[in-house]
Write a protein that binds this ligand. Structure first.
Ligand code: GRG
Ligand code: ZN
Length: 358
């Protein structure tokens, strides 16, 4: 039987998580999972509530105040109040502020300089002052700066219209060259040059190329990558992140958004993927099935795979997967910005206005 999407239950689950992220004194399993990554957890929950058209459940002003308190004097943001800054949390902060239309509440130039300070001579990015390099950080930098500048014209989905993007303070050609050094013989990308292809890193590398207007640099015009990504679909309909690994809901985003950016979503079975995501919904109360009408009162949330404990991360990436497919009235979402299309559209308009006032 085809499964239903339990929207109300997920909205309730996500609302509980926003409160947890901002308060955090209640020692619960969910809080243990969120740990020090509260700002990113807030991005997942706010993003999911937006995509479910449940913005009214977001405590907007309290959330903005808390995000602002997470900023460090360097310009970067920590995962919570009084934590060291990191590029990934800085991205989450900027994404949350963009969704809440509150970017005017921060000094954007200060944040952009912090991001740029993490670029190294070879074009790569560190996540923080401790010097670890990872293609996740290239993407975080490209996206952060794209949002702070105001999104560029043209859609990145299915190929990028723009030539090499200009991003404030960073060396974009070097940034792209470093990402291309992480491309493998199989068409995929890894964490650093020579590292194994992994769907999460592929999303980051393809996202960086898309935001920088450099998707044309892909090997075989993207065919090798498309084949590698399509091979991630398993009999369950779900994707794994690399060969011989288990299926996992979050790859619905990492894999399908990369396919969307290179215009090849039709190379996989979207209906089977949808059913896999729905089968990962919390079903604690669902000895009863949807027909009896109590499905929306389940605890809510989506797990990594059927029968596992739901969490905010997989709830967000399950919902973003459905949003990419345009299912259940969710979305739409931009695959490179990982933000609702309406938010990216608003950023684009602000970019045009900024240019006119220059
Ligand atoms: C704004 C959407 C967005 C992202 C920000 C943090 C980040 C940038 C990207 C993370 C990309 C990534 C590496 C995702 C993979 C996450 C994951 C499921 C890791 C588990 O890896 P393994 O090797 O799991 O433990 P497998 O599935 O290979 O067993
Ligand atoms: Zn996962």
């Amino acid at each position: 039987m085809l499964k239903e999407f339990y929207r109300q239950a997920h909205v309730a689950f996500l609302s509980r998580h926003i409160d947890l992220a901002m308060d955090g004194r209640t020692p619960t399993f969910e809080l243990w999972f969120i740990g020090h990554k509260k700002l990113s957890a807030a991005y997942w929950t706010v993003g999911a509530l937006f995509l479910l058209s449940a913005e009214e459940r977001i405590p907007r002003e309290a959330l903005i105040e808390w995000v602002l308190q997470c900023q460090h004097e360097s310009g970067g943001f920590g995962g919570d109040v009084r934590q060291d800054p990191h590029l990934l949390f800085t991205l989450s902060a900027v994404q949350i502020l963009a969704m809440l239309d509150a970017l005017h509440r921060v000094d954007r130039d200060h944040i952009a300089r912090y991001v740029a300070s993490l670029q190294r001579k070879d074009g790569s990015f560190c996540g923080d002052a401790w010097g670890e390099v990872d293609t996740r950080f290239s993407y975080a930098a490209a996206l952060c700066l794209s949002i702070l500048r105001g999104a560029s014209e043209g859609s990145v989905a299915g190929g990028c219209a723009a030539p090499l993007a200009t991003l404030p303070y960073v060396d974009v050609p070097a940034m792209v060259d470093f990402v291309m050094r992480c491309e493998n013989f199989d068409g995929g990308f890894g964490l650093v040059p020579g590292a194994e292809s992994h769907a999460g890193q592929i999303f980051c590398c393809v996202g960086t190329l898309a935001l920088c207007g450099a998707l044309h640099r892909l090997r075989d015009g993207g065919d090798a990558l498309g084949l590698w990504l399509a091979a991630r679909q398993m009999h369950s309909g779900g994707f794994n992140g690399r060969p011989d690994k288990l299926h996992d809901v979050c790859y619905s985003w990492w894999v399908f958004s990369a396919l969307a950016m290179i215009g090849r979503t039709h190379w996989v079975d979207a209906a089977a993927l949808e059913q896999f995501i729905l089968s990962c919904q919390d079903e604690l109360l669902l000895g009863a099935h949807p027909a009896n009408g109590i499905s929306d009162s389940a605890p809510g949330g989506i797990a990594d795979r059927p029968g596992d404990q739901p969490d905010a991360f997989h709830t967000f990436f399950g919902i973003t997967g459905l949003a990419l497919m345009g299912k259940h009235g969710i979305g739409p979402i931009d695959p490179a910005y990982a933000l609702p299309m309406s938010v990216v559209q608003r950023l684009r308009e602000s970019n045009v206005q900024n240019k006119e006032s220059d």
